[in-house]
Design a protein around this ligand. Structure first.
Ligand code: SF4
Length: 376
């Protein structure tokens, strides 16, 4: 038997245009009713797309609704003080995203007279906007035939087309972008769905149908193939390879890190510090803390190192969280400040509870603050 060629493999894959009607009709009836799907405002769609990076839909909904109430357009975002913008983002994490949103809004005012640009290249030139996000905004807001490729779409396309290569490798990634392009271009040539007159325009609907399929049916585990609108055309389903695709290399295992964190009270006020500009979680607030990974320090020793005072530490709680590849444990201690005269470290402030609640905190320290406020 002759060796299998790439063209014979492709012959077993569905033609992009054959998938489009089923995807559009399915999206017409199955699309979740998400608040950012009720608008064509590119600003609102942009904010939703940035929030949805690394964050689940159900988490994003209340954040997006509050953001749109408080900062409804580019001008409002440009005018907002940084601390207010950070407060609106507090808890979503990955704060570079929100800093880039404000930088991009400033660029829109400077270069586009405050009007959100329509062209793909102009959208791609905004800080924090990559190829996926530019494709999502321009296809959803303007029905432009620009492709999208994120984790959900990669999963759907590798399974539908039976692609065995690692999607993180250059050649396979380029192949997936090409397929995504062919699909959205085929949608541009198609008739709008008759099943739902409210359905978005075809390029928008096609891209969103791929995202939706990956989020709801073609999931990493337990894909719901019997309910899938394109099951009859799916190479992975036909060949029994759904569980094998996408062929992603295993991620590096998480690294454990440990911090000692000190909740210090003096006369109803608590000592907090603002993180420096330019680093991780820049200009967010937190309780004084010290990384002790591998050091096996007693909390009194780390408190002395951090605060230059000798104090007795009483365990308060433990807060665990994960950021990118780090599994972080905060061991939190309650301490009484030794005397009113003792000087506090630079960049720290004593603040009362209402003042603390008004500040943007990092997610872990917000949890610590809530526990302290609840008296736990
Ligand atoms: S048939 Fe299954 S594996 Fe194929 S696209 Fe649909 S849900 Fe995904």
């Amino acid at each position: 038997m002759p060796p299998q060629t790439s063209s014979s493999k492709l012959r077993r894959s569905p033609a992009p245009h054959s998938l489009v009607p089923s995807l559009l009709d399915w999206f017409a009836i199955a699309a979740r009713n998400l608040p950012w799907r009720r608008t064509l405002d590119p600003y609102a769609i942009w904010v939703s797309e940035i929030m949805l990076q690394q964050t689940q839909v159900k988490t994003v909904i209340p954040y997006w609704e509050r953001w749109m109430r408080e900062l409804p357009d580019v001008a409002a975002l440009v005018a907002a003080p940084e601390q207010r913008v950070l407060k609106l983002w507090e808890g979503l994490g990955y704060y570079t995203r929100v800093r880039n949103l404000q930088k991009a809004a400033q660029q829109i005012v400077a270069q586009h007279a405050g009007h959100f640009p329509r062209g793909f290249d102009a959208v791609l030139a905004l800080p924090g906007v990559g190829r996926y996000t530019a494709g999502a905004i321009t296809s959803i807001a303007f029905n432009a035939p620009n492709p999208i490729l994120d984790g959900n779409v990669i999963r759907v396309l590798t399974r539908l087309f039976g692609i065995r290569g690692n999607p993180r490798e250059k050649t396979t990634n380029a192949q997936l972008w090409l397929l995504a392009t062919r699909l959205v271009q085929a949608a541009a040539d198609s008739q709008p769905s008759t099943l739902n007159p409210q359905l978005p325009a075809p390029c928008s609907a096609l891209n969103q149908s791929l995202m939706e399929l990956g989020a709801t049916l073609c999931t990493p585990q337990n894909a719901q193939c019997p309910q899938c609108p394109v099951q009859s055309l799916c190479a992975a389903h036909r060949e029994g390879r759904v569980g094998e695709l996408p062929n992603l290399s295993p991620r590096a295992s998480a690294t454990s890190r440990e911090f000692h964190t000190f909740v210090m009270e003096r006369g109803g006020k608590f000592l907090v510090t603002q993180r420096p500009a330019g680093g991780v979680n820049a200009r967010l607030w937190e309780f004084p803390n010290l990384e002790v990974t591998g050091l096996r320090l007693a909390p009194e020793t780390s408190a002395k190192q951090l605060l230059q005072v000798t104090i007795r530490c009483e365990p308060l709680c433990e807060v665990k969280h994960t950021i990118t590849r780090y599994r972080i444990t905060q061991r939190v201690f309650r301490v009484r400040w030794p005397s009113a005269e003792a000087s506090v470290p630079a960049h720290t402030r004593w603040l009362c509870m209402p003042e603390l609640h008004a500040l943007p905190f990092t997610s872990a320290h917000r949890r610590i603050l809530c526990r302290v406020a609840a008296g736990i």
